[in-house]
Write a protein that binds this ligand. Structure first.
Ligand code: ATP
Ligand code: MG
Length: 486
């Protein structure tokens, strides 16, 4: 393990060295770019876009594009990208993870690859861990993009904004952030937002019946901030859209009544291997006649957008009728449909088939159709982020998870040196066997520091924990303040 890590660090140094000529090239451009007027600097964007159309690659444009962003940042927010920040930007453009220590200015670093990749016009996403950071970074970096004619937006849980210097914001903290629709925010060259919002927008887009209602564009390039948090810790967290707003007994019952009129092989076909049933043309028209008679179908065809929601009941009713057999797959007992485990043959009370199938079987067996929430769409963060054409990430700590990043996402980690020598002492985590011994050690350490007259700041995960700790400190006679939501 150590040897493997050693090898990794070694090759890391080489990798960083290999990027140095690019950094030198950007630096050499600086005096010339500094002479440009604001308008000439702004015109660079159109020039790059034109060259891209003429067959130039993003890689070819990198040195000039980065020099442009650095110059714009200096003129607008008065920060000049350090050389190590250029290194970080190159790594992000290459679709890798840049490990940069906390406070090294990753927010500013991201502007370099975001600008470069935005030139293709296909949209770039900067993913943050919370709504506040998305808005803050959008607002903070906005002037740089604006100076270069690149549109930038942010999405929030219930709002979206675009950076617009002609907009007079009522809220002085968020000057120039004009509210827009989500769709408009995704049309921007660059969009800041959280993993949750990007993921849920993707799911919602998958549920629309009309393409015009989609808000996202194809997933092109994403930089994930605090990438270990989002891509490792939360990788398997599923995003789920569920609901059961409408009362659906009537639908289930109508379908359960209608399906037995269909003739096997003529009106529907069965794919035993995939456990799927599908209607034939004659089956479809038969169903349409039946459903119209029942007053359930109000459009000419079952597959018209306005009737599309009915096909869900159709699918589950067909399956319930054709594939699921009483006393083999399930039993009916005391007015309940109980699943039989297909391997052990045991009854499994309380377990329910998903996606409306259980209700369809209840309707078929004429027992009470139960209400239940239903999953309409779901995806894990892991699967969502793997859909981007290019993925990159940045964080203070990635090397320890380098193997996982590579296995799951084919993402390499490159450690970027700090701008100035590190003087902050980053202590490793200390792990205790249980919470009691942990708090005991904390209290002892605080007491020691208190005697040396050194101030201590303690963060806890919850209000309760902060109060537990406060009690322990009180017992030891250590004076302190508690700041929590109470
Ligand atoms: N090139 C620069 N010149 C001057 N100040 C800079 C520069 N780059 C970053 N900073 C400043 O450094 C501070 C830290 O930046 P930032 O929050 O982006 O760091 P970070 O790497 O994202 O840290 P964290 O890991 O805590 O998120 C900010 O106040 C920022 O303005
Ligand atoms: Mg940061």
């Amino acid at each position: 393990m150590l040897k493997w890590l050693g090898g990794l660090i070694d090759s890391n140094e080489k990798q960083v060295q290999r990027l140095q000529p690019l950094v030198d090239e950007i630096n050499e451009l600086e005096p010339d770019f500094a002479k440009l007027s604001d308008a000439e600097l702004r015109a660079k964007t159109d020039e790059f876009k034109a060259r891209l159309k003429d067959g130039c690659s993003l890689d070819d444009l990198l040195p000039e594009a980065f020099a442009t962003v650095r110059e714009a940042a200096q003129r607008t927010i008065h920060q000049r990208h350090f050389d190590v920040q250029l290194l970080g930007g190159i790594v992000l453009h290459q679709g890798k993870i840049a490990e940069m220590k906390t406070g090294e200015g990753k927010t500013l670093v991201a502007t370099l690859p975001l600008y470069l990749n935005a030139l293709s016009g296909q949209g770039c996403h900067l993913v943050t861990v919370n709504d506040y950071l998305a808005k803050r970074d959008h607002h903070w970096m906005g002037p740089i993009y604006h100076a270069l004619g690149i549109s930038v937006a942010s999405i929030q849980h219930e709002a979206a904004f675009i950076y617009d210097t002609t907009y007079e914001s009522a809220d002085q903290r968020w000057t120039f952030l004009r509210p827009v629709s989500r769709r408009e925010a995704y049309q921007a060259d660059i969009t800041y937002g959280t993993n949750n919002e990007f993921g849920f927008d993707y799911l919602r887009d998958n549920m629309v019946v009309d393409l015009a209602q989609c808000v996202q564009r194809p997933l092109n390039y994403a930089i994930v901030d605090e990438v270990d948090n989002i891509l490792i810790d939360e990788a398997r967290t599923p995003l789920i859209i569920s609901g059961q707003a409408e009362k659906a007994e009537k639908q289930y019952q109508t379908f359960a009544r209608s399906i037995p009129h269909l003739r096997p092989r003529i009106d529907y076909t069965v794919d035993e291997k995939h456990r799927a049933v599908s209607l034939t043309e004659s089956g479809t028209s038969q169903m349409e006649t039946l459903l119209k008679k029942e007053g359930l179908l109000k459009t000419p065809n079952l597959y018209d957008p306005d009737s599309y929601s009915l096909t869900r009941y159709l699918d589950s009713a067909l399956k319930a009728h054709v594939l699921y057999k009483r006393d083999r797959d399930y039993v009916v007992k005391d007015g309940q449909v109980i699943i039989v485990d297909e391997f052990t043959g045991r009854l499994m009370p309380g377990r329910r088939y998903s996606e409306g199938l259980h209700q369809a079987i209840e309707a078929k067996e004429r027992v009470n159709v139960q209400h239940e929430s239903m999953t309409f769409a779901t995806i894990t963060f892991q699967n969502y982020f793997r859909m981007y054409d290019k993925l990159a990430g940045m964080t203070g700590t990635a090397l320890t998870e380098a193997e996982e990043f590579f296995k799951i996402y084919q993402l390499e980690v490159v450690v970027i040196p700090t701008n100035a020598p590190m003087i902050r002492q980053d202590s490793p985590d200390r792990i205790y066997k249980d919470e009691k011994s942990k708090f005991k050690a904390v209290v002892n350490e605080v007491q020691e520091l208190y005697q040396q007259k050194r101030p201590v700041l303690i963060g806890t995960v919850s209000i309760e924990k902060s109060e537990v700790l406060s009690d322990l400190l009180k017992k030891k006679g250590v004076p302190h303040q508690v700041l929590n939501a109470r």
